[in-house]
Ligand binder design. Sequence first.
Ligand SMILES: [Zn+2]
Length: 110
Amino acid sequence: MSARVDAGPGLDHLLVRLSDPIITGYACAHCGDAARAAEYCLRRASDFDDRITVCAACGERAVRIEIRGELTLGELAASFDGRPVPAKFVLVRAAAGALCIDLEEQTDGE
Ligand SMILES: [Zn+2]
């Protein structure tokens, strides 16, 4: 049960589909190292290849990466907290229909 009170009850649970799946988790299943998680998390999964699964701490190809293409609006807001989302666009589904929001301008210069 959540006792949170915020300005937009319900909106937090709105599902947002990202044009580019992002990395939301990074931890080595072998040694538990997650020291480099900040380097990878919240970046586009397509920016990396499978070398990301080799652990920098123990050298094993055992890093578990969590990649998600859909997050709730609440998760997005909490994760990015004002920083630009690294996606070309997001698709928001609401009861009344779907809305595509273009984010291209925010990712210029990358
Ligand atoms: Zn490791």
